[in-house]
Design a protein around this ligand. Structure first.
Ligand code: ADP
Ligand code: MG
Length: 239
């Protein structure tokens, strides 16, 4: 579960400041895809960066499960991010020299995996490559993979340390519509399977069907929340 409580974020803008996120309160429960949509420049990426604890807000709180990120030291926030938050950006940001499987192993090495037995880490990497449909491509480097396959690797990499929160920013912007729909469907399936609290930013409402909840942001403010029917939430195991 991730909760933003009355979060405001401003950036310097000449002599004044621009408000990117304006008193936003939002909860994303486990096992659910909370979609975030809105026009370009409305503050979606800023919201996600605050949720990821990459940017500290001017005011308000970010709760990751029972932890208030604002109370953490820089090192504690880094550890929280590493262990509890998986992030997928618009571009896949893979390391060019590493194979798909190695991208996952390195992330596990940096995270909780360093305390785990090597065989368990490898098994987790292989399980995730299989889950994203890349079991046969684990030895390929990014240049040998398609855009959609690279995004699949970055999704698997984001999940390798079993995060409770998955944050995804416009993952389909570099893909054609069919590949994009496959990626959104994959994120939805993994969210349900791995029970991550997922926040997914997309400006493309063609993907509405795969999102459990849809929040609309305009000028840094939530203008609409399309909450799923209770039955859907119950199916997903949310109380
Ligand atoms: P979206 O992701 O919805 O397109 P953003 O969160 O990127 O919107 O941007 C929201 C607003 O904040 C915009 O006006 C943008 O110009 C501004 N902004 C975003 N990041 C920065 C930054 N690092 N410095 C200054 N202004 C920023
Ligand atoms: Mg953005």
């Amino acid at each position: 579960m991730i909760t933003l409580d009355n979060v405001t974020l401003t950036f310097p803008d000449g002599d004044s400041r621009i408000t990117a996120v304006d008193h936003v309160s939002l909860s994303a429960p486990a096992g659910i895809v909370t979609g975030i949509t809105g026009p370009s420049g409305s503050g979606k990426s800023s919201l996600l960066a605050v949720a990821a604890t990459l940017i500290r807000p001017d005011s308000g709180h970010v709760w990751i499960n029972d932890v208030d990120a604002a109370t953490l030291t820089r090192n504690e926030a880094t550890a929280l991010r590493r262990d509890e938050i998986g992030i997928v950006f618009q571009q896949s940001n893979l390391v060019p020299s590493l194979t798909a499987r190695e991208q996952l192993l390195v992330m596990a090495e940096l995270g909780g995996g360093r305390h785990r037995h090597r065989d368990l880490v490898r098994a987790r990497a292989d399980e995730l490559l299989e889950a994203v449909g890349l079991a046969k491509h684990g030895r390929k480097r990014p240049a040998q993979l398609s855009g959609g396959q690279r995004q699949r690797v970055s999704i698997a990499r984001a999940l390798v340390n079993n995060p409770s929160v998955l944050l995804v920013d416009e993952p389909t912007s570099a893909l054609d519509q069919d590949r994009g729909a496959e990626i959104i469907d994959l994120i939805a399936r993994l969210t349900h399977e791995q029970s991550t609290a997922t926040m997914l930013v997309t400006h493309d409402l063609v993907h509405r069907g795969a999102l459990d909840t849809l929040v609309t942001v305009v000028d840094g403010t939530i203008t609409d929340t399309d909450v799923p029917a209770t039955t859907q939430l119950e199916t997903a195991g949310v109380q």
